[in-house]
Write a protein that binds this ligand. Structure first.
Ligand code: MCA
Ligand code: AMP
Length: 511
């Protein structure tokens, strides 16, 4: 029987010439070349190291490291060895990590040397037996230990339904949930995108996304690997540096903030896009004005698609003809993916009418890690997943997302759940209660803003409040501004009227 391990399919797609360049690092001062053989041998050595730890199959391997090619090798090694990859945003702070580690109970934690003192303590308290370090300059105990391992490895047999990764996504109640993705989820979605987006020989991907979320780790990376395509690899997005290397690339994937920043970069021109075949945008709404301005400037039409951590990619604008890509829409359901719009009573809605977006398909996750009730809540009785996004189909079958039923802010492509930030704010000594909202922001799309009510006799300072949060939670979740008010607006039911607050502050970052 064929091995359903995702790595087996990715490895089979490596080019015949293993000495060809697979990845070229492109950040200032970098310029390292990794061949396909390097990826194969490096991931084999790391897989052998994992095997030597005698972990039970399907152990969680939690990873919070800076972006590097060795981190990709580690991801591939976890697949090869039959374990479950658990990537963590490197902006997460101690309070967030404590929760993830306690909840996921990883067998192995890999972190940077800088984070080791703090993280090893958290890991030790949670009973994690193995903590390794990996830095973006190839130093750290992980590679030191792997250096003694053999560079060949037999891929562990896995079925399509076995877990390959867990991605934590914040919940509306403030507690993060681990979305369980299987080998089959990841492979089916990667194969669909390979053909839908016309991946072809000679493609070169310019990769500048983080590799701890679906967009950079799965959509972009799997795309290149499954096509045996070379990558120009940036550890961080810098518009000028990206514009300088675009002429050698054919495919780029980014969040809308990256497109806004490219447009603000004078060296980004039609000439810099001369070899490009495809620009993909997702993770957050792409403004129609960005879509139009990009076409005007570059001569290329951005292809917008829509997905979630729980479902991978769901819809996409057409690849061909380019003129069929419609700004402001997320396109058509991908082949094999069911997408429907229902009202709040569960009745199907016709084209033109707005309701909750529900989905099903081989790409839809297996459930939330150790949360069977939460999982059941998110599915309809006939087992479609409720995305929490609100949208409508037009007569031609294009989906437009018009809002979200979940209280969620998307800032620069990162999700921020107001309930979570409010929880941290309310723990501060001077704060009685708070409301966190998203307001329009020219760079991040939406920016996080907090409105807080002081405890009697207290006078919380906005700057000190921001500083206090920065030491506790990821920087992208920290409000860009804090307002102190005597009370929050409430409706007759006592519910905070966030729409009034959003209205009041909507011009905050205008221009
Ligand atoms: C960084 N900062 C942010 C954000 N990023 N603030 C709000 N929103 C953000 N997204 C803050 C930092 O906390 C810091 O604050 C300051 O900005 C500078 O940080 P730095 O890291 O230098 O920022 P940057 O390099 O300019 O980052 C902007 C970015 C980045 C490149 C747009 O946020 C990014 O890579 N976003 C992509 C996210 C992504 O991959 N999303 C996919 C997940 P201070 O100076 O105050 O400390 S969604 C997904 O996977 C679904 C399935 C999908 O559909 O794709
Ligand atoms: P995540 O939880 O990080 O996987 O984020 C998934 C959410 O991002 C979706 O439920 C949508 O709300 C949003 N999203 C992803 N792609 C798009 C898009 N192209 N347009 C609007 N929202 C998007």
């Amino acid at each position: 029987m064929r091995n359903g391990n995702l790595f087996a399919a990715l490895r089979a797609a490596f080019p015949a010439d293993l000495d060809a360049v697979a990845v070229e690092t492109a950040d200032a001062g970098a310029g390292l070349f990794y061949t396909w053989r390097d990826l194969d041998r490096g991931s084999a050595m790391l897989a052998n190291l994992l095997d030597s730890l005698d972990l039970p199959g399907g152990s969680r391997i939690a990873v919070q490291v800076d972006k590097s090619v060795e981190a990709v090798m580690l991801y591939l090694a976890v697949l090869r060895a039959g374990h479950v990859y658990l990537p963590l945003n490197n902006a997460y702070q101690a309070a967030e990590l404590e929760y993830f580690i306690a909840n996921a109970e990883p067998a192995v934690l890999v972190c940077t040397s800088a984070a080791f003192p703090k993280l090893s303590k958290i890991a030790f308290q949670a009973g994690v037996r193995n903590v390794f370090t990996l830095n973006d300059d190839r130093s750290g105990s992980l590679l030191e230990r792997a250096a003694f391992q053999a560079d060949v490895h037999e891929t562990a047999a896995r079925a399509a339904g076995d877990l390959a990764a867990i991605l934590y996504t914040s919940g509306t109640t403030g507690r993060s949930k681990g979305a369980m993705l299987t080998h089959g989820n990841l492979l089916s979605n990667a194969q669909v995108l390979k053909s839908y987006w016309g991946w072809q020989p000679g493609d070169v991907l310019l990769h500048a996304l983080p590799i701890f979320h679906v967009h950079g780790l799965f959509v972009a990376l799997h795309g290149a690997l499954l096509n045996g395509s070379r990558m120009i690899w940036f550890a961080r997005f810098d518009a000028r540096a990206v514009a300088a290397r675009l002429p050698e690339a054919t495919v780029f994937m980014g969040v809308p903030t990256m497109y806004v920043r490219l447009l603000a970069e004078p060296t980004f021109t039609r000439e810099s896009c001369r070899g490009m075949r495809l620009f993909v945008s997702g993770s957050a709404p792409l403004l129609t004005e960005t879509f139009e301005a990009f076409r005007e400037r570059s001569g290329h039409t951005i292809l917008e698609r829509y997905g979630m951590s729980e479902t991978l990619m769901l819809t996409s604008n057409p690849y061909r003809p380019e003129s069929a890509r419609r700004g402001g829409t997320v396109g058509l359901p991908l082949p094999g993916v069911g997408v429907r719009v229902h009202d709040d009573k569960g009745r199907p809605l016709p084209a033109g009418e707005t309701g909750g977006i529900e989905v099903r398909g081989p790409n839809v996750f297996k459930g939330y890690w150790r949360m069977p009730e939460k999982t059941a809540d998110e599915f309809t009785p006939d087992l479609w997943f409720k995305t929490g996004d609100v949208g409508r189909f037009d007569a031609d079958g294009y989906l437009t997302i018009v809002g979200r039923s979940k209280d969620l802010i998307i800032s620069g492509g990162y999700n921020v759940y107001p309930a979570e930030v409010e929880g941290y704010l309310n723990e501060l000594p001077g704060v009685a209660e708070s409301a966190v909202i998203g307001v329009p922001h020219p760079d991040f799309g939406e920016a996080v803003v907090a409105v807080v009510v002081p405890r009697p006799g207290a006078a919380p300072e906005p700057a000190a409040t921001i500083a206090a949060l920065k030491s506790r939670i990821a920087g992208f979740k920290v409000p860009k501004q804090v307002f102190v008010v005597p009370e929050l607006p409430r409706n007759a039911m006592g519910k905070v009227q966030k729409n009034l607050l959003r209205e009041q502050h909507r011009g905050l970052f205008a221009g």
